[in-house]
Design a protein around this ligand. Structure first.
Ligand SMILES: [Zn+2]
Length: 452
């Protein structure tokens, strides 16, 4: 057993002073408040629960910052970015994926994420038809090397569009037939353990047929883990879904599937008022990725309406243009302020926006990654973030405003330590193996050359 003494800790019931967390076998076994530190304790400032990065394509970390130059024709959008992403995917072998994912996961830990839901559709290496296990192993190895908790979400990608039943050439590295995919899902489940969970997913309505979606939903219901899907990220997808199915994407999902708390809909950017209300009331979680959605020019999520109807949210760093959960929350709120010419939008339960956003995404992230119980309580996973309480960002703040400072101040994060499953992965602000991750990443980028 080990113990952590925190001068402040955000427990399930709220902030408490002088807290000793007793940890055994990766879980919180006991919590004492108004305690004194003992000689063997790790003594720290403010402890908060780690967050889940509920939507990641780890391989895209190699593309961050490489797609920010206007093309000669001037028509840069999601679809032109996707061509660059396909070039990268086409050059990604298992060894490179492992190194790039390790770097991404290391950065996640340093910024306060302790779990990642990896939405994985890059099932094959270029030039090698039968490598779904190698790419899966690469993700698992990267998670283990970095120490992050993994919710592996294998994702089916089988066609190029609503009226294109086959994948395009560049999409062949993603494509599996339904039978192979379900076999892969079953094999992945055998690898489940304390630090690796397995969900299931469909890439999007355009990339998966209704029949295959039905089988995925059935397999997901049987397995009991989360079911993830990209939906309504782009207006073009809404238009194509309307043309093919006579329904908008979110409406079509709600009418054809039993959408509830097992489901995580990623983006759901383009919804009408009726879709917003029905999805919010379904119990599903929507994973928002503000930095990626802004970077790709996706559009604008109706946050206030969704929350006011009881909607649940998680956050993800998706393409990894930036990896920082507090920046995601900041831009989630700031986008709304800019559009509405108003302030403090995501403040429905509590008068403090930073705290409310943190708590909502803690709950939603746990739902999207199938974890219970949520937050720092007895029986929960020992996944903690310790903050320097003497950092200028936090001094002068009290229990009411501390998380507001963390979300909105936007300076270097005052993270001292990060623990996952009872083990410290970040100490004195640095990941314990960051140099190894960095070297492997640099070598990978060299191998990728012009593809990144
Ligand atoms: Zn995505």
């Amino acid at each position: 057993m080990s113990s952590v003494f925190a001068r402040k800790a955000l427990l399930q019931k709220g902030w408490a002073d002088n807290v000793r967390l007793n940890i055994r076998d990766g879980r919180i076994e006991g919590i004492d408040t108004d305690a004194k530190p003992e000689a063997t304790d790790v003594v720290t400032g403010c402890v908060i629960p780690g967050l889940c990065n509920a939507h990641s394509h780890a391989f895209q970390r190699a593309l961050a910052g490489h797609t920010e130059r206007r093309s000669p024709d001037g028509h840069d959008n999601f679809w032109s970015w996707r061509e660059r992403m396909y070039d990268l995917a086409g050059a990604m072998d298992a060894r490179t994926l492992r190194a790039v994912a390790r770097q991404a996961y290391t950065e996640m830990l340093v910024s306060g994420y302790t779990t990642v839901a990896e939405f994985h559709y890059l099932h094959r290496e270029s030039g090698n038809d039968n490598t779904d296990e190698a790419m899966f192993d690469a993700i698992c190895d990267a998670a283990e090397e970095s120490g992050i908790r993994l919710m592996y979400v294998p994702v089916l990608y089988e066609r190029a569009g609503f009226d294109k039943p086959d994948p395009e050439e560049q999409q062949r590295l993603f494509a599996l037939d339904l039978r192979s995919f379900l076999q892969h899902h079953a094999r992945a489940r055998e690898k489940c353990g304390e630090r690796i969970g397995v969900g299931i997913g469909a890439h999007s309505l355009r990339a998966v047929s209704h029949e295959s979606m039905t089988e995925i939903a059935r397999a997901g219901a049987e397995a009991g883990g989360p079911i993830h899907i990209h939906v309504a990220e782009q207006q073009r997808e809404v238009d194509q879904c309307l043309a093919a199915n006579g329904r908008r994407p979110v409406r079509w999902l709600l009418e054809n599937f039993d959408i509830g708390s097992q489901w995580c809909l990623v983006h759901a950017t383009h919804m009408d008022a009726d879709e917003v209300r029905t999805l919010a009331q379904s119990g599903a979680v929507v994973c928002l990725c503000p930095s990626t959605e802004a970077n790709l020019g996706d559009g604008f999520f109706p946050l206030h309406d969704f929350l006011s109807h009881g909607g649940r949210i998680a956050i993800g760093s998706d393409s990894h243009i930036s990896i920082n959960p507090f920046e995601e929350l900041r831009w989630l709120e700031y986008g709304q302020r800019l559009v509405k010419q108003s302030r403090n939008i995501a403040s429905l339960r509590n008068s403090h926006v930073g705290r409310e956003l943190f708590e909502r995404t803690l709950e939603g992230g746990a739902q999207a990654s199938g974890q219970t119980p949520v937050g720092l309580c007895i029986g929960a996973a020992a996944d903690l973030v310790a903050l320097y309480d003497e950092d200028p960002m936090l001094v002068g703040h009290d229990d009411e405003t501390r998380l507001d400072a963390l979300v909105f101040s936007g300076f270097r994060l005052p993270i001292e330590r990060v623990m996952v499953h009872g083990e410290w992965r970040v100490i004195d602000g640095d990941h314990i193996d960051q140099m190894a991750a960095r070297d492997g990443f640099a070598a990978s980028l060299e191998r990728l050359g012009g593809s990144a």
